[in-house]
Design a protein. Structure first.
Length: 180
């Protein structure tokens, strides 16, 4: 926040309780954790998969980072013409306790209840969503100092925050959530 790195990221906003075991991964480099890097060098650190820039903790990029950090190594981004969502397996976060608000919330609740009744707990759930009206641009960008430079997905939000994601995984989300 305020362009000061918080690495590794811990959720700053309210998130549902994670049911994912904390992995024993290597931490980001001391250079990153101390903020002693130039520009986009964070993209070269193998322990960093996501990066958010924001001037306040209430920004969309921070909320997205909060929800991804809460289920380490398990979240996917899903992008449609209506929203960008952080998606996880249904058994990786505690169930929502609050009542849905508005027509969109009630419709999503009906869909979620139908998914919850499936025999498998491996079904995808939308864990956090940002409607496209709050996104100004989505584009691939080259990041870091390594050659070849990493390709990241950049999401710019109307609140001035920015979120970057890059993947080093070879696993296709279609393999994680197979068709029935």
């Amino acid at each position: 926040m305020n362009q000061k790195p918080a690495v590794p990221h811990k959720p700053l906003s309210e998130v549902r309780r994670s049911l994912v075991e904390e992995p024993n991964w290597p931490l980001p480099s001391e250079q990153l954790t101390r903020g002693e890097f130039l520009g986009d060098e964070w993209a070269d650190d193998p322990a960093v998969m996501w990066w958010a820039f924001a001037d306040q903790t209430e920004r969309d990029a921070v909320h997205m980072a909060d929800h991804i950090a809460n289920v380490p190594g398990e979240a996917f981004l899903a992008i449609t013409e209506r929203r960008v969502a952080v998606v996880v397996k249904g058994n990786q976060v505690a169930k929502e306790a609050e009542e849905p608000q508005g027509l969109f919330g009630r419709a999503r609740s009906v869909v979620q209840k139908a998914a919850d009744s499936l025999p498998s707990t491996n079904h995808p759930v939308s864990y956090f969503e940002v409607p496209t009206e709050r996104i100004t641009q989505i584009q691939p960008v080259r990041m870091g100092r390594s050659i070849p430079r990493a390709t990241c997905l950049r999401l710019d939000f109307t609140d001035g925050s920015t979120f970057f994601a890059h993947s080093r995984t070879k696993q296709d989300p279609a393999e994680v959530f197979p068709a029935r």
